[in-house]
Design a binder for this molecule. Structure first.
Ligand code: S3P
Length: 170
């Protein structure tokens, strides 16, 4: 359980759910810094996420992700966009719960995710529409552990941000 409520908002959800776009807007509204976890990992390694996957494999990427998560959770106030898989590992969920951060799941239909992922060039875990469905099914039980769920279906980033602010959760 969280020890105390901190000025930390973590956006989680599948690739293409809008975490980075909404995170930037939300951080502007709150006047809190914004951190994109994937960008922290890329800056630390000096290569893209895709290259990390290709050169060293997913388990190594997950180690880097865990280390980066541990570091960014020291920042406050902050809005953090997690990677799509960050909140799908028990150890990371525990770390986040311990930190006392507010967790918000940006949810939308598998159909919309499929369309958005198909338009992305730089997601190593996106192979085909079927793989998205399988990965999403495996991750949903974790995503449901978030404190708040906000639907991004049919909403632009501004509307989603308003919705988050209306939660009055932080
Ligand atoms: C991943 C999602 C990506 C990135 C990496 C792995 C995943 O982040 O962390 O490619 O496991 O779903 P986004 O959700 O920002 O695309």
């Amino acid at each position: 359980m969280s020890r105390h409520r901190r000025k930390q908002v973590l956006l989680l959800g599948f690739m293409g759910s809008g975490k980075s776009t909404v995170g930037k807007l939300l951080s502007q509204e709150l006047r809190w810094p914004f951190i994109d976890l994937d960008a922290v990992i890329e800056a630390g390694q000096g290569v893209t996420i895709r290259e990390i996957f290709e050169r060293s494999g997913e388990p190594f990427f997950r180690q880097l992700e865990r280390a980066a998560l541990t570091e960014v959770l020291k920042t406050e106030p902050v809005v953090i966009a997690l990677g799509g898989g960050t909140f799908a590992f028990e150890a990371n969920v525990e770390l986040i719960r311990e930190s006392g951060a507010t967790t918000i799941w940006l949810d939308c239909s598998v159909q919309t995710l499929r369309e958005r992922c198909a338009a992305m060039q730089n997601r190593p875990l996106f192979r085909d529409p079927e793989s998205i469905e399988l990965l999403l099914d495996a991750r949903l039980p974790y995503y449901r552990l978030a404190e708040f769920r906000v639907s991004t279906e049919g909403r632009d980033a501004g509307e989603v941000t308003e919705q988050i602010l209306r939660l009055r959760a932080f």
